[in-house]
Design a protein around this ligand. Structure first.
Ligand code: COA
Length: 159
């Protein structure tokens, strides 16, 4: 069985993430979406909240599973029996970071390949941080995130 891991901070999950995970799921028997618990980024959502959002968005995608992890991604991926790590590339400026991460992960765990998918052009300019900034200032994010995420983000800023 070919298992792919799509990991990230997903704070919050965006339509760009969902596009990557849908496309990636067609190339694996099972795609495990892994929400990172120990990220250096200041998070709006807890790992449990992000998991719940991702679970509701991917309900009906039969070979997609959502979970969270802590520590090194390669250790978790190896324990899950994965053969590949999936990453989305948005712009040229993503390349250097992704290149270094892929090579480091391969050095740590040579049996794991990193597979890159090009982000859909409609989402290539977006990021979770920009989306949070727009929502915080009362802007419309409905074209950038699934509806459940829009509601959850707006609820955070209405408190
Ligand atoms: N469309 C739109 N935006 C996208 C996108 C897409 N398809 N794919 C990614 N993004 C955005 C995200 O919204 C995010 O925006 P932000 O920086 O404003 O929050 C940014 O791109 C990158 O996010 P993401 O893809 O979630 O990755 P990440 O860099 O936050 O997560 C981990 C990286 C968690 C996978 C990595 O840090 C990791 O593996 N950590 C575990 C520890 C470890 O193993 N370290 C050694 C690594 S070599």
């Amino acid at each position: 069985m070919h298992i792919g891991i799509y990991a990230g901070s997903f704070d919050p999950p965006t339509l760009g993430h969902i596009d990557i995970l849908k496309r990636a799921s067609r190339h694996f028997d099972r795609l495990v979406v892994c929400v990172a618990r120990n990220t250096s980024k200041q998070a709006l959502f807890s790992a449990d909240e992000k998991m719940a959002l991702l679970q509701s968005i991917t309900a009906g995608m039969e070979n997609v599973e959502i979970e969270q992890f802590e520590g090194l991604l390669v250790t978790h991926a190896k324990a899950r029996g994965a053969s590949a790590l999936v990453r989305g590339i948005r712009t040229f400026s993503d390349f250097e970071y992704e290149f270094r991460m892929a090579l480091t992960n391969r050095q740590l765990e040579p049996t794991l390949e990193t597979v890159f998918l090009m982000t859909d052009g409609a989402y290539a300019h977006q990021s979770s941080s920009l989306i949070k900034e727009i929502a915080m200032m009362g802007g419309d994010i409905s074209a950038m995130v699934p509806e459940a995420v829009r509601i959850a983000v707006q609820a955070k800023y209405q408190r």
